[in-house]
Design a protein around this ligand. Structure first.
Ligand code: HEM
Length: 188
Protein backbone atom coordinates (compact mmCIF):
# COMPACT_ATOMS: atom_id res chain seq x y z
CA UNK A 1 0.00 0.00 0.00
CA UNK A 2 2.80 2.41 0.93
CA UNK A 3 4.63 1.32 -2.25
CA UNK A 4 1.57 1.99 -4.43
CA UNK A 5 1.04 5.43 -2.86
CA UNK A 6 4.70 6.31 -3.36
CA UNK A 7 4.64 5.09 -6.96
CA UNK A 8 1.65 7.34 -7.68
CA UNK A 9 3.34 10.33 -6.01
CA UNK A 10 6.63 9.76 -7.86
CA UNK A 11 4.83 9.45 -11.20
CA UNK A 12 2.82 12.66 -10.75
CA UNK A 13 5.41 14.83 -8.96
CA UNK A 14 8.86 13.32 -9.59
CA UNK A 15 11.79 13.78 -7.20
CA UNK A 16 12.75 17.39 -7.82
CA UNK A 17 10.00 19.14 -5.90
CA UNK A 18 7.53 18.55 -3.09
CA UNK A 19 3.78 18.02 -3.44
CA UNK A 20 1.61 21.12 -4.17
CA UNK A 21 -2.11 21.48 -3.52
CA UNK A 22 -2.76 21.42 -7.29
CA UNK A 23 -1.31 17.86 -7.48
CA UNK A 24 -3.99 16.42 -5.20
CA UNK A 25 -6.63 16.00 -7.95
CA UNK A 26 -4.17 13.74 -9.81
CA UNK A 27 -3.60 11.44 -6.83
CA UNK A 28 -6.68 9.16 -6.57
CA UNK A 29 -4.92 6.46 -4.56
CA UNK A 30 -3.79 9.00 -1.93
CA UNK A 31 -7.39 10.27 -1.75
CA UNK A 32 -8.67 6.70 -1.35
CA UNK A 33 -6.24 6.12 1.54
CA UNK A 34 -7.48 9.26 3.31
CA UNK A 35 -11.11 8.19 2.84
CA UNK A 36 -10.27 4.76 4.22
CA UNK A 37 -8.58 6.36 7.26
CA UNK A 38 -11.66 8.50 7.90
CA UNK A 39 -13.97 5.48 7.47
CA UNK A 40 -12.11 3.23 9.90
CA UNK A 41 -10.75 5.85 12.31
CA UNK A 42 -13.09 8.87 12.22
CA UNK A 43 -11.54 11.73 14.20
CA UNK A 44 -14.90 12.51 15.86
CA UNK A 45 -16.45 9.09 16.51
CA UNK A 46 -19.68 10.22 18.17
CA UNK A 47 -21.86 13.06 16.84
CA UNK A 48 -24.52 14.45 19.20
CA UNK A 49 -28.01 15.51 18.09
CA UNK A 50 -31.36 16.43 19.70
CA UNK A 51 -34.62 15.46 17.97
CA UNK A 52 -36.48 18.66 17.12
CA UNK A 53 -39.76 16.81 16.51
CA UNK A 54 -41.37 13.42 17.13
CA UNK A 55 -40.10 10.99 14.53
CA UNK A 56 -39.62 7.34 13.68
CA UNK A 57 -36.32 5.84 12.57
CA UNK A 58 -36.04 2.21 11.55
CA UNK A 59 -39.19 1.36 13.54
CA UNK A 60 -38.05 3.20 16.70
CA UNK A 61 -40.17 6.07 18.06
CA UNK A 62 -38.00 9.09 18.83
CA UNK A 63 -39.90 11.69 20.89
CA UNK A 64 -39.10 15.37 20.43
CA UNK A 65 -36.23 16.49 22.70
CA UNK A 66 -34.50 13.07 22.75
CA UNK A 67 -30.71 13.27 22.85
CA UNK A 68 -29.20 11.08 20.14
CA UNK A 69 -25.64 10.02 19.39
CA UNK A 70 -24.69 9.13 15.82
CA UNK A 71 -21.89 6.57 16.07
CA UNK A 72 -19.79 7.23 12.95
CA UNK A 73 -17.15 4.83 14.24
CA UNK A 74 -19.66 1.94 14.24
CA UNK A 75 -21.13 2.98 10.87
CA UNK A 76 -17.64 2.83 9.35
CA UNK A 77 -17.28 -0.75 10.59
CA UNK A 78 -20.81 -1.97 9.82
CA UNK A 79 -20.70 -5.17 7.72
CA UNK A 80 -24.10 -4.25 6.24
CA UNK A 81 -22.56 -1.09 4.80
CA UNK A 82 -19.01 -2.27 4.03
CA UNK A 83 -17.48 -5.43 2.66
CA UNK A 84 -14.78 -6.73 4.99
CA UNK A 85 -15.11 -3.61 7.17
CA UNK A 86 -12.16 -4.30 9.48
CA UNK A 87 -9.75 -4.55 6.56
CA UNK A 88 -7.88 -1.36 5.65
CA UNK A 89 -8.50 -1.40 1.91
CA UNK A 90 -8.28 1.96 0.03
CA UNK A 91 -9.12 0.09 -3.20
CA UNK A 92 -12.77 -0.04 -2.06
CA UNK A 93 -12.99 3.64 -3.11
CA UNK A 94 -11.46 3.10 -6.57
CA UNK A 95 -12.52 1.39 -9.80
CA UNK A 96 -16.13 1.21 -10.88
CA UNK A 97 -17.63 -0.42 -7.78
CA UNK A 98 -20.11 1.11 -5.31
CA UNK A 99 -17.32 2.62 -3.21
CA UNK A 100 -15.95 4.71 -6.09
CA UNK A 101 -18.94 7.08 -5.93
CA UNK A 102 -19.08 7.34 -2.13
CA UNK A 103 -17.91 10.71 -0.83
CA UNK A 104 -17.66 12.12 2.68
CA UNK A 105 -19.48 15.40 1.99
CA UNK A 106 -22.53 14.32 4.01
CA UNK A 107 -24.82 12.66 1.45
CA UNK A 108 -23.58 9.07 1.67
CA UNK A 109 -24.60 8.03 5.16
CA UNK A 110 -22.22 5.07 5.34
CA UNK A 111 -19.29 7.56 5.33
CA UNK A 112 -19.90 10.64 7.48
CA UNK A 113 -16.61 11.50 9.24
CA UNK A 114 -17.52 15.20 8.91
CA UNK A 115 -21.12 14.68 10.03
CA UNK A 116 -24.03 15.77 7.88
CA UNK A 117 -26.95 18.14 7.56
CA UNK A 118 -27.12 21.69 8.86
CA UNK A 119 -24.34 21.22 11.45
CA UNK A 120 -21.89 19.44 9.13
CA UNK A 121 -18.22 20.25 9.87
CA UNK A 122 -17.61 23.87 8.90
CA UNK A 123 -13.95 23.13 8.11
CA UNK A 124 -14.40 19.97 6.05
CA UNK A 125 -13.16 21.36 2.71
CA UNK A 126 -10.04 22.71 4.39
CA UNK A 127 -9.59 19.54 6.47
CA UNK A 128 -9.90 17.24 3.44
CA UNK A 129 -7.16 19.16 1.60
CA UNK A 130 -4.89 19.38 4.66
CA UNK A 131 -5.18 15.66 5.44
CA UNK A 132 -4.29 14.70 1.83
CA UNK A 133 -1.56 17.34 1.63
CA UNK A 134 0.18 16.34 4.87
CA UNK A 135 -0.06 12.59 4.34
CA UNK A 136 0.99 12.94 0.67
CA UNK A 137 4.00 15.08 1.61
CA UNK A 138 5.14 12.70 4.37
CA UNK A 139 4.91 9.66 2.09
CA UNK A 140 6.45 11.37 -0.96
CA UNK A 141 9.29 13.23 0.74
CA UNK A 142 10.50 10.61 3.22
CA UNK A 143 11.27 6.92 3.56
CA UNK A 144 9.84 5.64 6.82
CA UNK A 145 10.98 2.83 9.06
CA UNK A 146 10.29 1.70 12.58
CA UNK A 147 13.10 1.93 15.15
CA UNK A 148 15.00 -1.34 15.49
CA UNK A 149 13.68 -3.01 18.61
CA UNK A 150 12.68 -6.49 19.76
CA UNK A 151 9.70 -8.27 18.15
CA UNK A 152 7.32 -7.68 21.10
CA UNK A 153 8.10 -3.97 21.23
CA UNK A 154 7.94 -3.81 17.40
CA UNK A 155 4.41 -5.26 17.41
CA UNK A 156 3.36 -2.56 19.90
CA UNK A 157 4.74 0.14 17.61
CA UNK A 158 2.25 -0.66 14.86
CA UNK A 159 -0.55 -0.99 17.38
CA UNK A 160 -3.66 0.59 15.79
CA UNK A 161 -5.84 0.45 18.90
CA UNK A 162 -7.71 3.63 19.65
CA UNK A 163 -8.44 5.51 22.85
CA UNK A 164 -11.97 6.86 22.86
CA UNK A 165 -12.87 10.41 23.75
CA UNK A 166 -14.46 13.40 22.12
CA UNK A 167 -11.85 12.84 19.42
CA UNK A 168 -10.33 9.51 18.49
CA UNK A 169 -6.60 9.09 19.17
CA UNK A 170 -4.10 6.28 18.77
CA UNK A 171 -3.77 4.47 22.11
CA UNK A 172 -0.05 3.92 21.44
CA UNK A 173 1.70 6.83 19.69
CA UNK A 174 3.67 5.90 16.57
CA UNK A 175 7.44 6.40 16.61
CA UNK A 176 9.03 6.20 13.16
CA UNK A 177 12.29 7.29 11.56
CA UNK A 178 12.18 9.54 8.47
CA UNK A 179 14.88 9.63 5.78
CA UNK A 180 14.71 12.16 2.92
CA UNK A 181 14.17 10.56 -0.52
CA UNK A 182 13.88 13.58 -2.89
CA UNK A 183 16.58 15.75 -4.49
CA UNK A 184 18.15 17.97 -1.78
CA UNK A 185 16.84 21.11 -3.54
CA UNK A 186 13.23 19.90 -2.98
CA UNK A 187 13.58 20.52 0.76
CA UNK A 188 14.73 24.15 0.52
C1 HEM B 1 -10.04 15.68 9.61
C2 HEM B 1 -10.43 16.81 10.19
C3 HEM B 1 -11.81 17.05 10.74
C4 HEM B 1 -12.81 16.16 11.02
C5 HEM B 1 -12.82 14.65 10.84
C6 HEM B 1 -13.94 16.93 11.51
C7 HEM B 1 -15.15 16.40 11.90
C8 HEM B 1 -16.20 17.13 12.39
C9 HEM B 1 -17.47 16.57 12.79
C10 HEM B 1 -17.84 15.09 12.73
C11 HEM B 1 -18.26 17.59 13.21
C12 HEM B 1 -19.71 17.46 13.71
C13 HEM B 1 -20.60 17.59 12.49
C14 HEM B 1 -22.07 17.36 12.76
O1 HEM B 1 -22.53 17.64 13.88
O2 HEM B 1 -22.78 16.88 11.84
C15 HEM B 1 -17.49 18.81 13.07
C16 HEM B 1 -17.97 20.06 13.39
C17 HEM B 1 -17.26 21.22 13.20
N1 HEM B 1 -16.00 21.33 12.64
FE1 HEM B 1 -14.83 19.83 12.02
N2 HEM B 1 -13.60 18.26 11.52
C18 HEM B 1 -12.31 18.39 11.05
C19 HEM B 1 -11.61 19.55 10.87
C20 HEM B 1 -12.10 20.81 11.06
C21 HEM B 1 -11.40 22.03 10.76
C22 HEM B 1 -10.00 22.08 10.11
C23 HEM B 1 -12.21 23.05 11.12
C24 HEM B 1 -12.01 24.53 11.02
C25 HEM B 1 -11.09 25.11 10.27
C26 HEM B 1 -13.43 22.48 11.64
C27 HEM B 1 -14.50 23.20 12.12
C28 HEM B 1 -15.67 22.66 12.60
C29 HEM B 1 -16.78 23.46 13.16
C30 HEM B 1 -16.83 24.98 13.30
C31 HEM B 1 -17.77 22.54 13.52
C32 HEM B 1 -19.13 22.85 14.17
C33 HEM B 1 -20.15 23.02 13.06
C34 HEM B 1 -21.56 23.31 13.62
O3 HEM B 1 -21.90 22.79 14.68
O4 HEM B 1 -22.31 24.04 12.96
N3 HEM B 1 -13.34 21.12 11.57
N4 HEM B 1 -16.24 18.50 12.57
Amino acid sequence: MLGRAREELDRVIGHDRRLCESDLAKLPYLRAICKEVLRKHPAMPLIPRVATKDSQVDGYDIPRGTRLIVNTWAIGRDPQAWEDPLKFMPERFLGDGKGAVISYWGNDFELIPFGGGRRICAGMRLAAVVVEYILGTLVHAFDWKLPEVGAAEGAQMMNMEESFGLTLKKAVPLTAIARPRLSPSAYV
